[in-house]
Write a protein that binds this ligand. Structure first.
Ligand code: ATP
Ligand code: MG
Length: 1094
């Protein structure tokens, strides 16, 4: 692979971290056993975390524990008197992560597991495709698909196979005259079908694979294997061999259907005279059959192809060709993967320009961990949308290669994660959820099961409270698990040495970018190329060739129309605008001057987009989009609902739309292609661009595999010229720890969890922990006036004074260091609920007051209690609307307001602008206003009508809803720790569900599938796909034909994600079954006499 002039620079000078005498703290067995975790944030879907520090995008606490990013695009964007602070990605699922540290939204079924199994099987039988199963084998049968493709996948679909085969056999017994010849394999149990099929093919496969391998080696990839030390390969193969053997028993086991398990268990129970005896017998039988299976599987595994592709099966290489079109690794990717340090599993930071192909390296390392070392992997990504994209992309790998892909974003994720028996799990998480996950693993003593943690966009560690959470997560892993490898990557890192010291990591960097990116500046109508060799950093390139009428000149002084029409409609173009409102205005302005010819481009498909937008919005359509989409143009910002965003992104990715006007949020968001990226101004809201932001935005142009060239044009005015010249030439900004700066969400939260999880329980240990943090590394730069010791002492004192910690004297000495700490009940509740410590006592007080007179006649009172404090504190009510809504409340609902101290009289006076003498708590009034919004939304389930009623952007309303769902879950976990709040538990469980899926109940199972939002769920439901089982068994080709505006890629991703989820659920149930049938280890062993046995 030709990397051109790319220079590979390797810095392996790892400064060993000086942790002041970590000795005792680290060596303590308890600490070593302990393991940490929680967070996430998605900006208003795509709001840029990278811009968090700007005025536009501000971190907002949607819930105490999980800071939500709020993209506030101020200026013309600001809705007067309202609250146009849009939760950013971090907020979109505002509390997605923050919220529910130990939540379990995954399984909503409250039935017993037996009922669930029954349900699962019943529903399975109803799958339409199933009824015509026999004739549809070629396309719909997961089993046959896997048989066709390879043996590794066979084991992964055991459950499906069995269920299908059962059904098939039933059909056969019903129609005995059906010829069995063509389907002969289906007359034997599915496990044997697979086995015979495998056996039959194994020798062929072996031959084929050898041939394939030879071909591969003959190609440029030869170097890959040659450069891998032989002993390394062998070592992996040994690991692989042994692990594949271990795998075999349970995989085979898994092939037994749940139904069979249950049937035999129940029959056994019914017949059993002496339960102990029959169980033992049953166990023996199980053991025997397992042993037979192991023997069988050993034969199969002899043809397993593990190792040739960076210690991975060559199938992985094939999958990359098949799913991603990647035929060959870039040279740097190969170099990086074969670094000694990587092979020795040292921690690693690597940095390459945008679109350099960083992800692939991380993915190969993750697959090595999952498949070769057989340990779980956590991948931390910045936003919910990106997590979902990654889940969709990797689910097919999981299905083919036999590992689970589990989503930890939004309201999804289980804490602690389900302990899988055989297959390993890849947890893909947002920052907040990743933290919760690590906490829960530490708490349950399972942190050692985490073999690798990958952090994408590592520079985010320097961004506000989310950065602080990321830092805590990594510091806890470093402290509690010596065997967990950490890998971080980013395109925009500067002070890498600090990060290296923190992570005890090696560093790899290269300037490689597969597609050249040309940077231009536009001043008046002249275009200059950014040229670091030129004296002032730029050289003249050309004059813009445009003839503008006077009207056009007035309307478009920046020549945007001229710039975009050089590219669209043949190629795509992104125009970054400083504010949301500006995005809409620019989109409309451009369309006004586009020729009618643009309307003819992909006319039908654009019409479909409009139709679909209406469908997902109950017939509503934004008037701006209505005007711009026919031209192939749309705006994209956090004011859109996530459904709208997804639909528009899909249309843009497939070229139906060719121009997006967007806010900086998109720079960090979904991978959208652009031939040209235009920056409308060097500002984000009113703040001047940072170099990191600039780099990320222009980095969207010229993505490998999509475009062959890419260019960026920054439009600037003379007045900004000097600053822009600095911007294009200066180094990237350093990133600094926010652990101490983010007081309640940073250091306070950290200390509470350290003591709550018993990672460190006395001053010395906490101090030692702090020395190992990123803050510890940078302390001398960040806080000169105080020592780290002083900061630690103060923070612990603060938590003790707040009643969250309690001191226990170790001995009689008055010395501060002679105390150990334990967490109080309130402290534990706050920690478990991941409540921002700034609000924990207010929350306690509010809940306590609620006990005195909770109004349960409607949901309003409960909703009030779960309306996020942080969102309420930024809300500015429209008093007229407030008054109108208040007047329409029932007496019981008005009683809620009265109990909270908000009277109709007060609101009325506010609405009429009268002065008010009586003091009323502003926070309560504002919070009640937001509760009205949520209450109306739950009643009407229509974001558009609520948006109109309250004159709030629909994207904001959606963020409020997700924020409330998250916070509701947090409050639930808070209450679970406090006995006096037992009554809230059942109530909040239900409310959380209502808030999480504010949609019709029948859509919920479909929306559990990653990437299926409300609009798509409705489409699927109407097309007859009513359950997870329907989706998992769907044929993507049929889906494309049945559903409007669904690309092949999306259809495949939906089906893969559904298969993965169904598989995960089935596995969890099966595990439960086995657990139930297992003899308890502490079962009293009473000798059974011979007569009794007889
Ligand atoms: N070896 C390869 N051959 C061809 N295409 C590749 C290769 N490696 C990666 N790509 C493609 O390059 C594109 C960009 O890769 P990737 O998303 O990993 O970039 P990145 O370095 O993470 O950039 P950013 O910093 O912007 O996130 C992707 O579409 C990916 O599929
Ligand atoms: Mg990337």
């Amino acid at each position: 692979m030709d990397e051109g002039v790319s220079r590979i620079r390797r810095r392996v000078s790892v400064r060993k971290r000086d942790r002041p005498s970590l000795g005792s703290g680290f060596a303590a067995p308890t600490a070593a056993e302990l393991k940490p975790g929680d967070e996430e944030g998605e900006e208003a879907m795509v709001a840029g975390s990278r811009r968090r520090k700007t005025v536009e995008v501000q971190p907002v606490e949607v819930s105490n524990s999980e800071p939500c990013l709020i993209a506030h695009f101020g200026g013309d964007d600001t809705d007067p008197g309202l609250l146009p602070r849009m939760p950013t990605e971090g907020t979109q699922r505002p509390n997605d992560s923050e919220e529910d540290m130990f939540g379990d939204y995954d399984s909503f079924a409250e039935n017993s597991f037996l009922a669930q199994v029954d349900d699962l099987e019943q529903q399975y039988m109803q799958v339409p495709e199933h009824r015509k199963h026999a004739s549809d084998l070629s396309t719909e049968d997961l089993c046959s698909e896997s048989i066709k493709h390879n043996k590794l996948s066979i084991t992964t679909v055991g459950n499906f196979t069995e269920l299908k085969t059962d059904e098939h056999i039933k059909n056969h017994s019903r129609h005995e005259d059906v010829s069995i010849e063509p389907d002969i394999l289906y007359d034997v149990p599915s496990s044997q079908v697979l086995y015979f099929e495998n056996l039959q093919n194994s020798s062929d496969d072996l031959g084929n694979q050898c041939t394939k391998e030879r071909d591969w080696n003959a190609s440029s990839h030869k170097t890959v294997n040659e450069e891998l030390p032989q002993n390394r390969i062998e070592q992996h193969q040994q690991i692989d061999d042994s692990s594949s053997k271990v795998r075999t028993s349970s995989e085979e086991n898994r092939r037994k259907s749940l139904k069979e398990h249950l049937k035999s268990a129940m029959t056994g129970n019914a017949k059993a005279q002496t339960p102990i005896f029959s169980r033992t017998k049953q166990l023996k039988e199980t053991l025997l059959s397992e042993e037979i299976n192991v023997a069988k599987k050993t034969i199969e595994s002899s043809s397993d192809d593990l190792g040739p592709f960076y210690s991975l099966p060559s199938k992985v290489r094939d999958l990359y060709v098949q799913f991603k079109g990647i035929e060959k690794l870039y040279e740097w990717q190969h170099t990086c993967l074969t670094l000694n340090s990587v092979q020795e599993r040292k921690n690693l930071i690597y940095s390459l320009p945008t679109s350099g192909g960083k992800t692939l390296v991380a993915e190969i390392l993750m697959l090595q961990e999952l498949l070769c070392r057989r340990r779980d992997v956590l991948m931390i990504l910045p936003y919910v949308a990106i997590v979902q994209e990654k889940i969709s992309g990797l689910s097919s790998f999981g299905i083919e290669l036999g590992f689970f892909v589990e989503e930890y974003a939004g309201s999804k994720g289980k804490f602690p994660p389900i302990k899988r028996r055989e297959k390993k799990s890849l947890y893909i998480a947002t920052i907040e959820k990743g933290h919760s996950l690590v906490n829960s693993l530490i708490e349950t003593g399972r942190i050692g099961s985490l073999g690798l943690v990958v952090v994408d966009e590592l520079h985010m560690i320097g961004e506000g409270s989310r950065g602080a959470i990321l830092e805590m997560t990594l510091a806890k892993i470093l402290y509690t698990s010596k065997t967990t490898q950490i890998i971080g990557m980013s395109a925009t890192l500067n002070n890498v040495e600090d990060l290296q010291e923190f992570l005890q990591a090696e560093y790899y960097t290269s300037q490689f970018r597969p597609v050249e990116l040309k940077e231009y500046l536009k001043i008046n109508n002249a275009i200059y190329e950014v040229d670091c060799k030129a004296e002032n950093g730029m050289t003249f390139s050309r004059l813009l060739n445009c003839q503008y009428s006077d009207t056009l000149k007035k309307m478009d002084p920046d020549h945007l129309v001229a710039l975009v029409t050089e590219v669209i409609p043949n190629y795509s173009c992104l125009v970054f605008c400083p504010t949301k409102k500006n995005c809409e205005n620019v989109a409309e302005m451009i369309c006004k001057f586009l020729s009618k010819e643009y309307l003819k481009q992909r006319e039908k498909e654009k019409h479909e987009v409009i139709k679909n937008l209406k469908n997902i919005s109950s017939g509503n359509l934004c008037p701006v989009l209505k005007r711009t989409i026919p031209f192939g143009v749309a705006y994209h910002h956090s004011g859109l609902t996530s459904d709208e965003r997804k639909l528009l992104e899909e249309a843009y990715s497939t070229g139906v739309l060719c121009l997006f006007t967007c806010t900086s949020t998109l720079a960090a968001g979904v991978n959208l292609p652009a031939r040209r990226v235009i920056l409308r101004a060097p500002y984000v809201a009113k703040e001047f661009l940072k170099r990191n932001q600039y780099k990320q935005m222009i980095g969207r142009a010229g993505r490998a595999g999509i475009d062959s060239v890419g260019e960026s044009i920054l439009i600037l005015q003379e007045k900004d010229k000097q600053q822009v010249l600095e911007l294009i030439s200066r180094p990237l900004e350093n990133c600094y720890s926010h652990l101490v700066q983010e007081f309640t969400k940073g250091i306070q939260t950290l200390f509470l969890s350290l003591i709550g999880l018993k990672i460190a329980t006395n001053l010395d240990d906490v101090y030692h922990f702090m020395c190992g943090t990123f803050f510890g590394v940078q302390q001398k730069i960040l806080l000169k006036e105080k020592s780290l010791w002083e900061i630690t002492v103060e923070s612990l004192r603060y938590l003790t004074e707040k009643g969250l910690l309690q001191k226990d004297a170790i001995n009689k000495s008055e010395e501060e260091s002679q105390y150990s700490f334990h967490i109080t009940k309130l402290g534990r509740a706050s920690f478990k609920g991941t409540i921002d410590l700034a609000y924990c006592d207010i929350l306690y007080r509010d809940l306590k007051k609620g006990l005195e007179g909770l109004v349960l006649e409607s949901l309003l009172h409960l909703i009030y209690l779960t309306t996020p404090y942080d969102m309420a504190s930024q809300c500015v009510p429209d008093w007229m609307i407030y008054f109108r809504q208040f007047s329409q409340l029932s007496p019981a609902e008005q009683n809620v307001a009265a109990l909270l101290g908000v009277s109709e009289n007060f609101i009325g006076k506010k609405a009429s602008g009268q002065a008010i003498k009586k003091k009323v708590d502003k926070d309560i009034v504002n919070r009640l206003y937001l509760s009205f919004v949520l209450y109306t939304l739950l009643k009407e389930t229509n974001i558009w009508s609520v948006s109109e009623k309250f004159n709030m952007p629909r994207g904001y309303i959606q963020s409020l809803l997700t924020g409330a769902a998250s916070f509701s879950s947090c409050v639930l976990h808070f209450c679970e720790e406090l006995e006096e709040f037992w009554v809230y538990r059942a109530l909040l469980g239900e409310l959380t569900k209502k808030l999480t899926y504010c949609v019709k109940a029948e859509l919920i199972p479909l929306m559990e599938v990653t990437g299926v939002l409300e609009g798509r769920a409705k489409q699927l439901y109407n097309a007859g796909y009513k359950s997870l089982m329907h989706l998992a068994n769907a044929n993507p080709e049929v889906l494309i034909r049945t559903l409007d505006h669904l690309s092949r890629r999306q259809a495949k991703q939906i089906v893969s994600s559904a298969k993965m989820l169904l598989h995960e659920k089935a596995e969890a149930l099966q595990e439960e079954v086995e657990e139930l049938l297992r003899l308890p280890p502490d079962f009293p062993s009473i000798e059974v006499s011979a007569t009794e046995k007889a």
